[in-house]
Design a protein around this ligand. Structure first.
Ligand SMILES: [Zn+2]
Ligand SMILES: [Zn+2]
Length: 275
């Protein structure tokens, strides 16, 4: 149970459950409503929010469609935000007026593009220019705060990317292993690079680590490993993982198998293993 109250003490309430999705919102509406650099808030299940006293003192202001910010009309403290859209099962709870430890801590900053110019964020929490994307807010309870774009951008900044043309040349070299991380059904459908070693992304770490019971000798060889997938995204993540594990040198092929084929690289059709 987490209790909260307004500044004048006229409004008291409690949350009979857990808070989730704690964050700091820097949007101009939150700044004005809190009179502060940002609003620290969390979500509660609407059914778990209970008035203890002073509900009649609370006025709701609809700051944007479907978003009703409740505040004490005597002292102005923000109390609870109600939603009458897809989020109606939840309510927004500002952390400031809580009297108990909410048990959650803000996990990121949102609407940083609207941040007050006089305030500098000094912590390491992730920052988002806008809010969490709408679908994530409305489809509570999961908010993905590191999406594939961020993961792939990070990988690309740390690994070597070869163009398909360069990969075609490199593949001639006996000291290069082309590692195909696509699923078997993709290889069956689209064919493969002759001589490429197939290692699904699912087994990647287990085949690379010599301490794993699944270790593959090929990853112990003193060679360069060029990862590829269908389009160049999964291979970026795979190459980064391999590099992080210590495999070297590694690279990945930008544009993946599609780029290889378009650049005139040789392709062989999949032949089912003979039983
Ligand atoms: Zn009050
Ligand atoms: Zn806001």
């Amino acid at each position: 149970m987490i209790r909260g109250s307004c500044l004048c003490g006229g409004v008291k309430y409690r949350i009979n459950g857990l808070l989730t999705h704690a964050l700091n919102c820097h949007c101009s509406m939150c700044r004005k409503a809190q009179g502060a650099a940002f609003r620290s808030r969390a979500s509660a299940k609407a059914a778990e929010f209970e008035w203890l006293q002073g509900e009649n003192l609370v006025t709701f202001y609809e700051s944007s469609p479907g978003n009703h910010r409740g505040f004490c009309r005597v002292c102005g403290s923000p109390v609870v935000t109600r939603f009458d859209d897809a989020r109606s099962g939840y309510c927004g709870v500002p952390l400031g007026p809580l009297d108990d430890d909410p048990g959650v801590r803000p996990e990121f900053h949102v609407h940083v593009a609207s941040k007050a110019p006089w305030y500098t964020i000094t912590d390491d929490l992730p920052q988002f220019a806008e809010g969490p994307v709408k679908s994530q807010v409305t489809s509570m309870p999961q908010i993905i705060h590191r999406g594939i774009k961020s993961l792939i951008d990070e990988a690309n900044a740390q690994i070597e990317t070869l163009s398909a043309v360069d990969a075609i040349k490199a593949a001639q070299d006996d000291d290069v292993v082309i590692v195909d991380i696509r699923d078997p059904r993709e290889i069956e459908r689209d064919g493969k690079i002759p001589g490429a070693f197939s290692c699904t992304r699912g087994m990647l770490e287990f085949w690379i680590d010599p301490a794993s019971p699944y270790a593959k000798p090929i990853f112990q060889e003193d060679k360069k490993f060029i990862f590829h997938c269908a389009g160049g995204m999964r291979s970026a993540l795979a190459a980064k993982t391999a590099q992080d594990m210590g495999l070297k040198p590694v690279a990945h092929m930008g544009g993946g198998f599609a780029a290889w084929r378009d650049a005139g690289g040789p392709v062989e059709q999949y032949e089912p293993k003979k039983k």
